[in-house]
Structure formats: C-alpha cells, structure tokens
Design a protein around this ligand. Sequence first.
Ligand code: PLP
Length: 516
Amino acid sequence: MMTDVPQTGEKADALKDEANDRAATAVEKSVPSEMSAEDFRRYGHELIDWISQYLSTLDQRPVLPPIKPGELKEQLPPTAPEEGEPMARIIADVDRLIAPNLTHWSHPAFFAYFAISTSAPGIFGELLSAAFNTNGMLWRTAPAAVELEEVVLSWLREMLGLPPHFEGIIYDTASVSTLHALAAARESLGLRVREDGLAGRPDLPPLCVYASEQAHSSVEKSVIALGLGQRAFRRIPTDERFRMKVGALERAIREDRNAGRLPCAVVATLGTTSTTSLDPVAEIAELCHANSIWLHVDAAYAGVAAMLPEKRDLFCGWEKADSITTNPHKWLATPLDLSAFYCRRMDLLRQAFSLIPDYLKTDEPVRNPMDYGIQLGRRFRALKLWMVMRYFGRRGLQAMIREHCHLAQTFADWIDDSPDWERAAPVPFSVVCFRARPPQLAALDAREIDELNALIADRVNATGRAFLSHTRLNGRLTLRLAIGNIRTTRTHLERTWELLQGALRATVAEMQVKRA
Ligand code: PLP
C-alpha cells in the first residue's frame, strides 16, 4: 500500500497550509475547489524544476527500470482517494513511484524501436495545450488551433518538398493515419460501403490491400478494422535490401484481378520498421496509377528526413502518392503523439466520414477537422509542433537529423570494421541492424547464433546504461540500434559499443564453457 512520504521543515508546512486552505475553501463552497493561482504557480515552478532535473540527469537513471510486473500496482491503493490530497504529496509520489518505474524514452542511450525524443519547446507546447484545453472539432470551437494546424502542416509539407495539392490533417498516430488512408482508398472506389456496409454488399468481390512483408503491422490492422478481411491483405516479398519487389506486386495485382477480386490500395513504406528500407515508390506509383489503385506512403519514421537535401532522392516518387504519413513524434523532437497525414483527395475522407449532427452545424466557410476522421474531440497538437519548428528552425531540425544519420553511419562503420560483428541491412537513415558472429564460434548453427545475440542484448539491457531492441530478418534474430534522441551524442554511442563488446566477450566465454 502507498505510504505517505515523511515531509520535513518547509515542505511539511507547505503541505499543511495547502491542505488547510483547500479544506476551508471546500467547506465554504461545498464543491471541490480548483487550485489557487498562488499554488498553481508554486507547484508549476516546482514541477518545471523537477522536469529540468529529470531531463538533465537522465543519464544517471537506468534506461529500463528494474521493476517486475505488478510491483507498482502493489504500492498504490486499490481505490481512488475519498478526499483530495495535497499536490506536494502527489508530486512526491511521481518522484518516488512513477519516474523510477518508467522506461526512459528520453534517455540518450535509448536505442530501441525507433528512438524518439521530446524537447523543451515540445513540452511547453503540451503544457499550454492542456491549459487551453481547447477542442478543435470545429473551426468555431478552436479557431486558432484549427488554423495553426493548417499552417504547421503546410510548413512541414514545404520542408519535405511535397507539392501544395497535399492537404493535411493531424492524427494521433501513424496507425490511425493509415486507417484513414485506407478508408479514403475504399471510398475512392465508389462502392457505397459507407451506406450499405460491406455486409450489405455481398455482391462485392474482396477488396485487396498490398504492402511489403516488411510493412508495419498497423497496415494489416487497418485492413481488419475496415472490415476488408485479413484474407484480402497481401504481403509482397522483398529483395535482398528489404524493398518491396515491384514485379511480385504487379503479379499479385494481376492474379487478384484475374480471380475477380478488386485491388483497392497499395501501402509503400519509406523507412520500414525493422531496417528502414525504402520501397521503390516511384515504380510502385506508376503501377498504381496504371491500375487506378490508391497509393498510401507510410513514412512514419523516415519521412522527416526528406527535409535534408542530401536525402531527398530517397523519397523520389512519393509526391505521386494519394496519401502520405509521417510522424513528427518519431524523429522531430516532438513529444508523443503527433502524426501528420497528407492527402491529395481530402474530399474523399470527408465523403467517408463527415456526419454533422444539428448541434455541430456552423455557417462559416471553413474546414472543420471533425469531418475528416472518426474522432470528434481533438487535442491541440499543432501547438507543440509549431513551437518545435520555431524554436529549432529548419536548420536546427535538419542538423539534428543529419547528426543522427552520421552517428548511425559511425556505428555501422565500427560493426563493419570488427571481425566479431556483421551488419544485417543497409543504413539509409539512423538505424543499424547487426548481429554478433565471432570467428571463435564459427561452428554455431543459426539457432545458436540467435541465442548468442539474444543473450548479448539481454546483458547490455540489464546494465541499464543502454537499451537496444531486436527484429528478425530472413528468419534470423538481429539486433537494432536506433538513434533519434536530441540528447544522444557520440559518447553515448561509444559507451554502448563498449557494452556490446563486453557483453559479447562474456557471452562467448559462457557459451564456450557450456560447449566444452
Ligand atoms: N509505420 C511504421 C513504418 C512504423 O515504424 C510504425 C511504428 O513504429 C508505425 C507505422 C506505427 O506508428 P504509430 O505508433 O504512430 O501508430
């Protein structure tokens, strides 16, 4: 059970004062009192100090907390408090119970999944957004939020080199962006699915969706959610660089057409989840165009790298897509969550989703965000992105992405130069896929090499000084090092490389003893 943290001196007095003030006000009004302006300032300052300290000393915390499942729950009461508690005690519990039991995504040695990063302007944006608590469902309900969203999306679009016919909208995640893209694709076929539902159209053939075998699972989930059926989802094989094989895609589309099925959409990925590979989007776009198939480009992680002139060629052809997603919350120093969705046919999204009850009807000649998706209420996400873009500027953001790519290339060079390790995929951005393959264990079979690599990762992660994740490529367990945090420096990388070398030596020695 949660126990009160003993408070001393000034803090204890503050606690008592706050409790007394609140009790007095509550009795007076018989309703819960909002925090006084004075307390708001006091705790606001305290929290900002706490956050500043947290962010600047993250290096000293273990990236992964040493917590076992259920351990936090055991320390929290099973029911909510009957009476309000002093803020000071709540903040103390954040410090004592919550922070130490978090996986620290802002840790500069967090190299797992896609490493992401918050930033000071992003945090301020979130804080203000919570203070405004404005609901951007309609222009009328949040004029500045709705207009700012259009402005930041157009800034971002220009930075990415996308043409102005792409209109945008902000959703929470890439998964939700993809769901909307496929809903628009389905709508583009003019099948009256909105009115009849797929169950009401037994005359329709299966609507097929195509993505590479490296595409994110959210594509398949969208197919499920839209009622297209998992069986209508086609995973297209990839080449040795993990890029969708266009020939295989073409064959799959032809076979489906010949069998009476209806190709609905292709999802090409620029920056796949495992290796950050790039599907040949220009060729895929041509194929989609020739076959009148919707093309959605999932650039959730890598899309923002298009703002680097030296990377722009990697995105060649994405401007021909019908819709594109990129997530500033992945690689643009913007706190979770914010996914930018661009579409050349916003009218189709509107057609698919707009449903305006009387109480939400307005007269202004404006774009109301509620018409372009399933959600009504909308957080003011644009604010944090606007603040991030203004604070760092195009040059600052470009420099951050460029540095991350440079660090990844440095790490890839260390791997390439070492006889104990091998690289498992090209490194177009800031993720390196690699595995240990020490010559002294040349006799190990594939399963044993997988085991060796899993043990190395566990060993590194158990130190708390770095966190790496894994994937499977061609059936083989592969380690991934992903760089995306604004605070990550070469020193963090060097330390992690030392940890990996140490873990390799210890694990090899252990395995040799076992095999002797
Ligand atoms: N698409 C790609 C390529 C991804 O890598 C991911 C997640 O890492 C997603 C989509 C899903 O992103 P989200 O968490 O924003 O839904």
